[in-house]
Design a binder for this molecule. Sequence first.
Ligand code: G6P
Ligand code: MG
Length: 233
Amino acid sequence: MHKKGFIFDLDGVIVDTAKYHFLAWKKLANSIGVDFSEVQNEQLKGVSRVRSLEKILAWGNKTLSEDEFMKLMGLKNDDYLSYINKMDASEILPDVSKTLDFLIEKKQAIALGSASKNATPILQKVNLFHKFQAIVDGNDVSKAKPDPEVFLIGAKLLDLKPEDCIVFEDSVAGVQAANVANMISIGIGEKDVLREADYIFKDFTEMSPAFLEGLISGTVKKNNKENNLSINN
Ligand code: G6P
Ligand code: MG
C-alpha cells in the first residue's frame, strides 16, 4: 500500500481568510494614518503577523516603540478574530472537503502547514479540525516560509520522509518552502504567480481523482510536468 503525506496550507487553500486579514489590517493601518490597499494585502499572503505589521509600517514610513508595536498586533488580531468567530463550513473553498475525504478514504496521512497562529480555531469553526492527523502552525515554527521548517515538522509528525510528502500552497513563499523541503509542490492559484510549483491548479475543482491517485501511487512525480499534462488532459 502506498502512503503519502498531504500537507495543506490554510489561508487561501482551505479557506479564504485574506479578505478578513485585509479588513483588519486596513482598519489598523488607517488608524495610524497609513493607507492600505488590496494590492498591498496580496503581498502579505503567507507572511507572518509580525512581518506583516513591519511591512505596513515601512510602506507608511512609520516607526513604533516595541510596546506600541505589540499593542497594535493585539488590536489587529482581536479585530481579525471577530470575523473568524462568525465563520462556518460554508466558507470552505470549493472541493476542499471532497479532496480531504478522498485522501482519507485512501488512507493517506494529512497535515496542516500554516504560518497562522489562529489555525486551530479556524479549522474548528469550519468543522475540519478532526480530518487532520497533525497541525503545524505559527505557534510551532521559528522560521517563516520560504524556510521549509513548517513542512519538515509536518512530515516528521506524520512519520514520513519529506520526499513522500505533497504540499498544497497558494503563496510563492510556501511553494518555495515545499521545494526546498524536497516535497511535491502544488500551487493553488494563478499560473503566472505560482510558476515555481511542480503543478498548478486554479482550485481543487480542477484536480482530478486520477491526479490524486497518481500522487499516491508515485506516478505523479516532482517536476514531472509532462506527466501532469497527460493526467489532466
Ligand atoms: C497566513 C496568511 C497571512 C497571515 C499569516 C499569520 O500565512 O496568509 O496573511 O499574516 O498566516 O496569520 P495569523 O492568523 O497568525 O495572524
Ligand atoms: Mg496561504
